[in-house]
Design a protein around this ligand. Sequence first.
Ligand code: SF4
Length: 334
Amino acid sequence: MKRKALALLSGGLDSTLAVKVMLEQGIEVEALNFTSPFCTCTGKNAGCKSEAVRVAEEFGIPIKVVNKGIEYLEVVRNPKHGYGKAINPCIDCRIFLLRKAKEYMVESGADFVITGEVLGQRPMSQRRDTLRVIERESGLEGLLLRPLSAKHFTPTVPENEGWVDRAKLLAIQGRSRKDQMELAEELDVKNYPCPAGGCMLTEVSFAPKVKDVFDHSDELNMRDFRLLKLARHFRLGKRTKLLVGRNEAENNALTAQMHPGEATVRWLDGSSPLGVVMGEISPEILEIAGKIVLRYTKAENGMSCTVKVNRSDSEELLSVTNTYSEPEIEQFRV
Ligand code: SF4
């Protein structure tokens, strides 16, 4: 009887190889790909999702794409196992994904789950002890096969039952990707633009932005996190942010994500980036927003300027003096 594996497929090299190793053994594979606002795996215009879809198409296997959703944001906010070097809750993240995989495994008729995890490759989530914790807490004990490092672990159910041939599994470990590159060559796996996968939660400079949203939100929503990849961010109040586009593409993306009642702010008399005020808005807030937007124009210091404020149902002109110094601007920056 042909057995089926459910694969966590990010579109990166390791998970791609794990799938290929299973296919080579005649195992049926279905892929599961998770998206989140923190994915950075961008080959030109491609995100992790499209990379995973591309790999699945190339291998001719079905793929289900799932958004990690608000539930995941709560994991990022309060990880039981703590953070890595930035705000990356890698252990809890893996447990979260594998629990979802376990649920879907039943629905998809798969017999076990595979991942591209490699022993010792990532300092937090791929140590021997944490890999064990992840397996246990995901509820997949015995049913989680890591084909690239399988020979370093106790045999799993699929190996013991003879569904997969342990002799043909790998014993890769460590941070170098040399073995994976060689395996890719051997298995004729090409076009992997995202060898390590990308996650903004691991970036130290990104962490304050995420934390700022957590600190100022009672209820989390995906848009607040999606927007973190765009524009310059300024915190103007507990419930108010100003986002200033850095180029035309960002201005357009910001406009597209606005909600009714939110306001755009631009200098009327010269070239100006787009400022978008989100949250609670007052005349004082609009004046601060105007002054910050003027910082990114050619308006001279001390100049009296006209700032145009647009909301979905109104337009007003404000007189704003360009007085903010750099430190004054910085106090608002997230
Ligand atoms: S790097 Fe990001 S996506 Fe990967 S396990 Fe860590 S938190 Fe999750």
